[in-house]
Ligand binder design. Structure first.
Ligand SMILES: *[C@@H]1O[C@H](CO)[C@@H](O)[C@H](O)[C@H]1NC(C)=O
Ligand SMILES: *[C@@H]1O[C@H](CO)[C@@H](O)[C@H](O)[C@H]1NC(C)=O
Ligand SMILES: *[C@@H]1O[C@H](CO)[C@@H](O)[C@H](O)[C@H]1NC(C)=O
Ligand SMILES: *[C@@H]1O[C@H](CO)[C@@H](O)[C@H](O)[C@H]1NC(C)=O
Ligand SMILES: *[C@@H]1O[C@H](CO)[C@@H](O)[C@H](O)[C@H]1NC(C)=O
Ligand SMILES: *[C@@H]1O[C@H](CO)[C@@H](O)[C@H](O)[C@H]1NC(C)=O
Ligand SMILES: *[C@@H]1O[C@H](CO)[C@@H](O)[C@H](O)[C@H]1NC(C)=O
Ligand SMILES: *[C@@H]1O[C@H](CO)[C@@H](O)[C@H](O)[C@H]1NC(C)=O
Length: 661
C-alpha cells in the first residue's frame, strides 16, 4: 500500500514536471510552426526568439539550397539563407499539423527570397496554393505572402505549383494560431495586401511585441501630421483589445492639422470584382481638454461603408469594414464635429486584406485518409502523390481517377508495377466509391483481405502478378461468379483458387485426401491378403452412421449426449474431447473448441470442412457439428485409438487398420 502511494506521488510529480516544461515551451512559442525551408539544422532566431525548425517531416521532396554568397551579410535573418527548390514534380506540398487542428483560425506566412541561389539571375514565377485553393502567384524574388485561414482539416497543406516559368522555391513557412473571433469572415479566407503601423519607425514590429507575430511596417503619409506619442507602449499593451495590436504599434499615429481636414487612403485593385476587408486600429494617446472626446467617421467615398467611432483614452478599438470592391477603394477618416477646438481625426494602424473564395472542395476525408495510409504503408514513390489526391484535377495523383462531385471521390486506383511489398493494405477497403483497383505486377504477399468484397461499386480487381497466398475469399468469388466483378488473380503461384481450398488448410488437412486414397489401397491390400474379417460389423457401422452424417447439433443436444460433458477422453490444442452416446447408442467423441482458443477457431473450421468433404468409411466419421455462437463442437465416431491425427499417422500400418476394422 505504502509503496503504491509512493509510486503514485512519483508519477504525479513527473506529470506535473512535464506539464511545467510544456507550459514553459508553450509560453515561448505558443503553437507556432516556424520552418526554415532547406536549412540544415534548427535554431532560435536571435531577434524574435522564435524557434525555427528544419523542414524535415513537413515535406518529402525538393532540394536544399543556399542563396548566393554575395547576398549573405553579417547580421542577417538566418531563415533567408537557405531555401528548398523543386526542380521535379508539378506540385510540391508542405503539410502543417497545427496543435489546435481544424476549424481554427491561423495566420500562415510563406517567404521567398531568391537571391540568385541558382546563378540564373532570374526569379521564377509560380503558383502558391493553400490546400486545394489558389492563394497567390509568386512573381517577385523577394517577398512574403500571408493569409488568415480557417483550417478545413486537421492538416493544412501549402503547395507550390510549377506553371512553366521557372523552378518553384520557398525560404520560410510560418503558422501562428489566432483567436477565432478576430479576422472572422463568412466564407473564404483573407490574403494580406498590407499592414501598416502609421507614424511608426522605419522598421517592422513583430513577435514578441505582437503575440500573433503579425508583421507591422512602419509607414508615414507625407500629407499627414505626426502625432506626438504621448504614452508608452506598456500603457497600451495590457488592454482587453481582442485584436491584440501591440502597444508599440498603437502608440504612434498620424493626424490632420485641424478638425475640418479629412484623412484618406486608397488602393487601386486590378480586379474590380475582387472583395476587400479593411481593419482600422485606433487608440487615443493624448490627454484631451476635459469634456472633449475624439470621435470620427470612417467611410468609403462611394458609401459602401460608414461607421462612427468614439475614442477613449488608452482604449484601443478596431473598426472592421464590410467587404468592399471597386476600381478605386478610398477610405476617409473625419472628425464628427468639424469645429475649431475639436480634436482632428487620427489613425494608428490599419490592415488591408483581399477575400479569396474557397472555390475548390477537397477530396472526401475518408478517401484522403485511406490513400495517405496506403502511401505510407508502401512508401509509394511517386512525384505526384502530394497534396490533395483529386483536386485540382490537373494535379490529381498519378494512377487515380476521381469523380468530381461534392466532395470529390476516388473511383479508380492503379498502382500496378510499382514495386509494392507487404500485404494488401486494409485501408484500401475504405475507398468506398472505388470501381477499379489494379495492384497487379507488384510483390504483394499474404492473403487477399475479405473486406475488398465490401466495396459496393468495385467492378475491376486486378491482383495478378503478385505473391499472394491463402485462398480467395468466398465473397469475392461469389461476385466474380455472378459477373459483378472482373477479378484477375493470375501469376500468384501460392494462391489457392480452387473451391474448396485444400491447400490452405491446416498442415495435416493437405494430407487427408492423399492419405485417404493411399490408405484405401493399403486397406484393400491388407483386407484382401488377410481375408474379410469382421466384415459384417463394418457394414453395420456405416449403415448406422449413414443417416446421421453431418447434421448440425444443438448445444443442448451436445450437452445431453455427453452427459453434461461428464467424461473427458482427451485434450487437444483446441480444447477437450468428451465421450458421448447418440440416442441410437452409437458411441461418439465430442471435440469442443474452448472459448479461449481464438487461434484454434480457423483450424477447427478447417478440420470440420475437410471431414465434411472426405467421406470414406475407413476414415473417422464426422457425425455432426455444433456451431452456436460461443460453442463449437465436432462430433465424431468414437475411436478407441485416440484422435484423428494419431489415427492418420498410423494408417500405413496394416495391423492398426485391421484392429480398427
Ligand atoms: C467551427 O467553429 C465555429 C466557431 O469558431 C463554430 O460556430 C462552428 O460550429 C464550428 N464548425 C465545426 C464543423 O466544428
Ligand atoms: C527608411 O529605410 C529605407 C530602407 O531601409 C531607407 O531607404 C530610408 O531612407 C529610410 N528612411 C528614413 C526616414 O530613415
Ligand atoms: C476577378 O475576381 C473575381 C472574383 O474574385 C474572379 O472570379 C475573376 O476571375 C477575377 N478576374 C481576374 C481577371 O483575375
Ligand atoms: C470648419 O468648417 C465649418 C463649416 O464647414 C466651419 O463652420 C468651421 O468654422 C470650420 N472650422 C475650422 C477650424 O476651419
Ligand atoms: C482514368 O480514366 C481515363 C479516361 O477514362 C482512363 O484512360 C484511365 O485508364 C483511367 N485511369 C485509371 C487509373 O483507371
Ligand atoms: C493500370 O496501368 C497500367 C499501366 O501503367 C495499364 O496497363 C493498366 O491497364 C491499368 N489498369 C487499369 C485497370 O486501367
Ligand atoms: C502466406 O504468406 C505469409 C507471409 O508471406 C505467411 O506468414 C503465411 O503463413 C502464409 N500463409 C499461408 C496459408 O501459406
Ligand atoms: C488488370 O486487369 C484489368 C481487368 O482485366 C485490366 O483492365 C488491366 O489492364 C489489368 N492490368 C494490367 C496491368 O494488366
Amino acid at each position: 500500500m505504502e509503496r503504491s502511494i509512493t509510486a503514485f506521488s512519483f508519477a504525479l510529480v513527473a506529470a506535473l514536471a512535464s506539464a511545467l516544461v510544456l507550459m514553459v515551451q508553450a509560453q515561448l512559442n505558443p503553437g507556432f510552426i516556424s520552418i526554415d525551408c532547406g536549412a540544415p539544422n534548427s535554431y532560435t532566431d536571435y531577434e524574435t526568439n522564435i524557434d525555427f525548425s528544419t523542414d524535415k517531416g513537413f515535406i518529402e521532396s525538393g532540394e536544399s539550397m543556399q542563396i548566393s554568397t554575395k547576398f549573405i551579410r553579417q547580421k542577417f535573418r538566418q531563415w533567408l539563407k537557405n531555401l528548398r527548390s523543386f526542380p521535379s514534380g508539378m506540385r510540391n506540398c508542405y503539410t502543417l499539423k497545427p496543435d489546435k487542428g481544424k476549424n481554427n483560425t491561423y495566420l500562415i506566412r510563406a517567404s521567398f527570397w531568391y537571391a540568385d541561389y541558382d546563378d540564373k539571375n532570374r526569379p521564377p514565377i509560380f503558383d502558391l496554393h493553400i490546400d486545394v485553393n489558389h492563394w497567390d502567384t509568386v512573381d517577385s524574388g523577394n517577398n512574403y505572402y500571408e493569409i488568415v485561414y480557417v483550417a478545413q482539416r486537421d492538416d493544412i497543406q501549402v503547395c507550390l505549383e510549377n506553371i512553366g516559368q521557372g523552378v518553384p522555391f520557398i525560404s520560410a513557412l510560418e503558422l501562428r494560431p489566432l483567436d477565432n473571433s478576430i479576422y472572422h469572415i463568412e466564407s473564404g479566407f483573407l490574403t494580406l495586401w498590407d499592414r501598416y503601423d502609421v507614424g511608426g519607425p522605419n522598421s517592422t514590429i513583430r513577435y514578441p511585441d505582437d503575440v500573433y507575430d503579425r508583421i507591422w511596417k512602419g509607414w508615414n503619409s507625407p500629407f499627414w501630421l505626426m502625432l506626438n506619442p504621448g504614452t508608452s507602449a506598456s500603457d497600451l499593451s495590457n488592454n482587453n483589445d481582442e485584436y491584440k495590436v501591440p502597444g508599440e504599434v498603437l502608440r504612434t499615429a498620424q493626424t490632420a492639422s485641424d478638425s475640418n481636414t479629412t484623412l484618406f487612403y486608397y488602393i487601386l485593385p486590378d480586379n474590380v470584382t475582387s472583395k476587400w476587408i479593411w481593419y482600422f486600429h485606433f487608440a487615443e494617446t493624448q490627454i484631451l481638454p476635459s469634456g472633449q472626446q475624439r470621435e470620427l467617421t470612417v467611410t468609403t467615398s462611394d458609401g459602401q461603408f460608414e461607421e462612427t467611432v468614439g475614442l477613449e483614452y488608452l482604449k484601443p478599438v478596431t473598426v472592421v469594414s464590410t467587404p468592399v470592391s471597386g476600381s478605386q477603394i478610398k477610405f476617409s477618416f473625419k472628425a464628427t464635429t468639424m469645429q475649431s477646438g475639436y480634436p482632428p481625426p487620427i489613425i494608428n494602424a490599419f490592415e488591408i486584406f483581399q477575400i479569396k473564395e474557397l472555390l475548390n472542395a477537397p477530396t472526401a476525408q475518408d478517401d484522403v485518409k485511406a490513400l495517405t495510409t496506403t502511401k505510407a504503408e508502401y512508401t509509394v514513390n511517386k512525384d505526384s502523390w502530394q497534396g490533395d489526391p483529386c483536386v485540382p484535377c490537373e494535379f490529381a495523383w498519378d494512377g487515380l481517377n476521381c469523380s468530381y462531385r461534392n466532395p470529390p471521390r476516388v473511383i479508380s486506383l492503379n498502382i500496378s508495377s510499382s514495386n509494392l511489398r507487404g500485404i494488401i493494405s486494409s485501408s484500401l477497403s475504405d475507398l468506398l466509391e472505388l470501381e477499379s483497383l489494379d495492384l497487379s505486377n507488384n510483390q504483394l504477399t499474404g492473403a487477399i483481405p475479405e473486406t475488398l468484397a465490401n466495396l459496393p461499386k468495385l467492378r475491376i480487381l486486378n491482383l495478378s502478378g503478385n505473391r499472394l497466398n491463402g485462398s480467395v475469399p468466398e465473397a469475392l468469388k461469389r461476385r466474380h461468379e455472378d459477373k459483378t466483378l472482373d477479378l484477375s488473380l493470375n501469376n500468384n503461384p501460392d494462391l489457392c483458387q480452387e473451391s474448396p481450398c485444400s491447400k490452405t488448410e491446416a498442415k495435416n488437412s493437405i494430407l487427408v485426401p492423399v492419405v485417404a486414397s493411399v490408405s484405401v489401397v493399403f486397406v484393400v491390400i491388407c483386407v484382401l491378403s488377410i481375408g474379410l474379417i469382421r466384415r459384417k460389423r463394418t457394414l453395420e457401422s456405416s449403415e448406422r452412421t449413414l443417416g446421421l452424417k453431418n447434421r448440425p447439433f444443438k448445444y443442448e443436444e451436445v450437452s445431453r449426449i455427453t452427459g453434461n460433458f461428464g467424461q473427458v477422453i482427451g485434450e487437444g490444442g483446441f480444447g477437450k474431447v468428451y465421450l458421448g452416446a447418440l440416442d441410437n447408442g452409437t458411441v461418439v467423441a465430442v471435440k469442443m473448441l474452448s472459448e479461449t482458443s481464438k487461434q484454434g477457431y480457423k483450424e477447427f473450421q478447417a478440420e470440420a470442412r475437410t471431414l465434411l468433404i472426405v467421406h470414406h468409411r475407413n476414415l473417422v466419421s464426422l457425425f455432426g457439428y455444433c456451431n452456436e455462437s460461443r460453442h463449437m463442437a465436432l462430433i465424431y465416431e468414437y475411436m478407441a485409438n485416440g484422435n484423428l491425427r494419431q489415427h492418420l499417422s498410423g494408417v500405413f500400418l496394416c495391423p492398426v487398420i485391421l484392429f480398427l476394422l
